[in-house]
Design a protein around this ligand. Structure first.
Ligand SMILES: *[C@@H]1O[C@H](CO)[C@@H](O)[C@H](O)[C@H]1NC(C)=O
Ligand SMILES: *[C@@H]1O[C@H](CO)[C@@H](O)[C@H](O)[C@H]1NC(C)=O
Length: 372
């Protein structure tokens, strides 16, 4: 085929598709309206304006207040870009959570460093715990998939962000700030990120709270990297309940400062048909921990008790760069409390110091290397 023939054939196809379009337009109004609408920019500035975003490929959320009793779901067209130009503020409410849900496939969400906030007065945490929600419950839920970046979840009544995405997802530069809950020990159950999902990366997130910084309850192919946890209960796999599995997790280059725990795997003592496998800790910095620097236990809710055997743990390693752990005088550096653990666990890049030392009951696992 010479160039002229190619361009003639191309011309034919262009013409044919134009004709098809012209023919199609009047005969299928639904489709043509939808196609036009999909290019639309939709503005969310109230609860009602968020009610149907299914044909919006661009969503701009301006600052607005959510009245008591209402919740918001951002369910935009697949691949939508969603940005915030102001804060979303929830009034004191009796709604059960999640108060705000993102449910868009392949979302590109950028919060522009604005806040998602619960407003309930100056001593908000006491009010949040006792008044905002009848049973303190979840604040923000990430469903769908895609990228979530640059937003602060402020003063969550209880758990801040639940991740239940269904395809590859990156969460980056997201902050959970419950520091106000430190005053008078008012904040409780303020988990930063609870993950029950696969193929999720948390990168450069910051959590300041009074419970788990990150808790992985189920899923595989998960990365928690370059993130900061302040005053929390550290980065946890678990608690693992019956029927839940966690596998292939990398926890790398995070900084965990203060709080009761640093790095933890907690399996319910009574869990069955569950397992944890393939957990790698790489180049984390853990300091100022008051109870357990590293705790791997099948006795949950006990820290170090009578471990169960129905949810085995295998393949835990500290490799790929030194994970340093320093604990206060009241704390253990490392406790392993296994009823059903197996494999060779390479701890050669673990360097834990301070406190009361370690207690290792590794069952059938063989731990090699490391300083603790
Ligand atoms: C119009 O287009 C929509 C979306 O492409 C399609 O689901 C529907 O079947 C079409 N209707 C007709 C009458 O062709
Ligand atoms: C949402 O809007 C789309 C078009 O924009 C429409 O086809 C659909 O029926 C609406 N859904 C609801 C539940 O109103």
């Amino acid at each position: 085929m010479d160039r002229q023939q190619v361009s003639m054939i191309r011309g034919f196809f262009v013409l044919a598709s134009l004709v098809a379009l012209v023919v199609a337009l009047p005969s299928n109004h639904t489709a043509s309206r939808t196609d036009t609408a999909k290019r639309a920019t939709c503005t969310v500035n109230s609860v009602s304006s968020a009610s149907n975003l299914s044909s919006c490929s661009t969503v701009v959320i301006t600052g607005f207040t959510v009245p008591s009793g209402e919740t918001v779901t951002i369910a935009a067209a697949s691949g939508a870009t969603v940005t915030m130009t102001g804060d979303i503020v929830f009034s004191k409410t009796t709604s059960s959570g999640p108060l705000l849900t993102f449910n868009t496939k392949n979302i590109n969400f950028n919060g522009g460093d604005h806040n998602i906030n619960v407003r309930c007065g100056s001593s908000h945490h006491r009010q949040a715990q006792t008044e905002v929600l009848p049973n303190p419950t979840l604040f923000v839920k990430f469903k769908g998939s895609g990228t979530f970046s640059s937003v602060t979840v402020l003063n969550s009544p209880a758990q801040a962000i639940s991740v239940g995405t269904t395809d590859t997802t990156v969460i980056e530069h997201v902050t959970v700030d419950n520091s106000a809950g430190n005053a008078g020990s008012l904040g409780h159950n303020t988990d930063g990120f609870d993950i029950s999902a696969s193929d999720v990366t948390l990168s450069q997130v910051t959590v300041n709270n009074q419970d788990d910084c990150v808790a992985i309850n189920s899923g595989s192919s998960l990365v928690i990297e370059d993130s900061t946890c302040i005053g929390s209960h550290g980065i946890s796999i678990g608690s693992i309940a019956s029927g839940k599995t966690v596998s292939n997790v990398k926890i790398a280059r995070n900084t965990i400062t203060g709080g009761l725990y640093g790095l933890r795997i907690k399996v319910d003592a009574d869990a069955t048909s569950a397992s944890v496998s393939g957990v790698t800790y790489e180049a984390n910095t853990v300091s100022g921990i008051t109870d357990y620097g590293v705790l791997i236990s099948q006795s949950y809710p006990d820290n170090d008790g009578t471990p169960g055997t129905g949810a085995p743990i295998s393949g835990v390693s500290f490799t790929g760069g030194t994970t340093s752990v320093s604990v206060t005088s009241s704390a253990y550096t490392v406790v392993v409390d296994c009823g059903a653990c197996s494999g060779t666990w390479d701890f050669s890049d673990l360097d834990a110091t301070g406190g009361k030392g370690h207690i290792i009951a590794a069952n059938k696992a063989t731990i090699s290397g490391g300083k603790y």
